[in-house]
Design a protein around this ligand. Structure first.
Ligand code: NIG
Ligand code: FE
Length: 429
């Protein structure tokens, strides 16, 4: 007698599970093994994975009304993107061109562009336009195989527009297949109207914006951009302390443009992640290892900024840090929705193996987030978020560039996107 399940995904050359080896993220040499079931299949019931085994064993033990053929492709858990800025109005492709002509990110910021340009456009934009732009972006994340993201506010920089940005994220989370873990980034920059009184804006963030974000339940975490041209270490410490005092987790944009001691601060303040880390010091890596702060590396940003310098990923793995990757999707410094592109960039620029990059884009990325259920891996009990790719094995993830190999996306056990047809009835747009 076969057990009835809702869905069987079969005919895969490989099912990459990222499973086993305990509950947490993978570290050290374990990152180099993504746990592949050759010729595997997946059984799904009630939105959860029931079994991942050889296709013959699944066919012998389970029957399902819905069978999805992977047509000899590769099956992965839905990709997890733990650092995005998807709530904004205008794009900033002109800045990308200015950088190609020699301007730096800091030059553009000093001239009133960069984050300040996005703040001006968001504050002037109708709410419904921001909502519909956010939904279209989530459609693109989904089409690139990403089923869970972390999303930050941070282009409002006043209490009302930061709150509105977080409300838009909550509305999108409730109505779109992509799951979202929300972060308040009111400390992205000093609001332009406080240029002459930085302390007053830091106080507004600490005393009003973060406590309100926590009270309303609209944010789970707070973030601060601690770097040259942004928050000083002392200002960022105040923000992180206020976040902790109101019960928010902490994330830090750390040491991207200069080595300012932001990684050390993130560790000192018990932050869940320190992100970017292009200029991190050895002491910063040691402090993160001691505190359990996870590095989130963003190679697409280095590429877009033409930094020609990259976070020391190998040293972090050797130090035992649970490395994660993200797009940093934002209008200024990283306009990509694709974790698969980020995996390629991590192999080519950060010298990761495909297996390490894949672990960093799934299981380890999920470990930095707070959404319910086991995500970023396919094993019994995990959330049934999975993607089918038209490639014969997982090594194609680093190797093939410029083609989106995703053919199907399953979210919570339901087929929500298919290459031929786009969204399958699940997206409100
Ligand atoms: O993560 N580094 C700081 N913040 C963003 C850039 C935001 C922007 O320029 O709009 C980042 O790269
Ligand atoms: Fe960012």
């Amino acid at each position: 007698m076969k057990e009835t399940v809702d869905l069987i995904v079969t005919d895969a050359a490989e099912v990459v599970t990222l499973g086993g080896r305990g509950d947490g993220p993978l570290t050290g040499s374990a990152m180099d093994d993504p746990a592949v079931v050759v010729g595997g299949a997946v059984a799904v019931r009630d939105g959860k994975v029931v079994a991942v085994e050889a296709a013959g064993a699944i066919a012998a033990a389970y029957e399902a009304e819905q069978v999805l053929s992977a047509r000899g492709g590769t099956v992965l858990p839905g990709l997890v993107d733990p650092h995005t800025h998807p709530v904004f109005d205008a794009t900033r492709e002109g800045e990308f061109d200015q950088r190609a002509r020699g301007a730096t990110y800091l030059d553009i910021t000093a001239a009133g562009g960069g984050i300040f340009s996005s703040v001006r456009s968001l504050r002037a934009a109708p709410r419904e336009r921001l909502a519909s732009r956010l939904r279209s972006r989530l459609d693109r994340f989904l089409a690139c195989g990403t089923t869970t993201i972390e999303a930050k506010s941070g282009y409002g920089l006043d209490p009302a527009s930061e709150r509105m940005s977080l409300e838009l994220i909550a509305e999108a989370h409730a109505s779109h297949p992509v799951d979202i873990d929300p972060t308040c980034l009111a400390a992205h920059q000093i609001a332009p109207e406080f240029k002459q009184d930085r302390g007053a804006y830091v106080a507004l963030v600490c005393e009003q914006i973060l406590p309100e974000a926590a009270r309303s339940g609209l944010a789970r975490s707070a973030d601060v951009f601690c770097d040259q041209g942004a928050y000083t270490v002392d200002e960022a410490r105040r923000v992180l302390q206020a976040a902790q005092d109101c019960g928010l987790e902490r994330r830090v944009h750390a040491d991207e443009l200069a080595s300012v001691g932001a990684a050390e601060l993130a560790a000192e303040m018990g932050a869940q992640t320190a992100d970017h880390l292009v200029k991190v010091s050895d002491a910063g890596i040691e402090a993160m290892a001691a505190s359990g702060t996870a590095p989130v590396l963003l190679p697409a940003t280095c590429f877009s900024l033409r930094l020609r310098e990259y976070a020391p990923a190998r040293r972090m793995i050797e130090a035992g840090l649970p490395l994660a990757l993200a797009t940093d999707f934002n209008p200024g410094t990283s306009y990509t929705f694709s974790m698969i592109e980020v995996i390629s960039l991590a192999c080519g620029l950060l010298d990761l193996t495909v297996s390490e990059a894949l672990v960093a884009a799934t299981r380890n990325a999920a470990a930095t987030l707070g959404l319910p259920g086991v995500r970023g891996r396919l094993e019994p009990g995990a959330v049934a978020d999975l993607i089918v790719l038209d490639v014969p094995n997982h090594l194609f993830l680093g190797y093939q560039v410029g083609w989106n190999p995703v053919t199907e996306v399953v979210k919570d056990g339901h087929l929500v996107w298919r290459r031929e047809t786009g969204a399958v009835g699940a997206s409100p747009t």
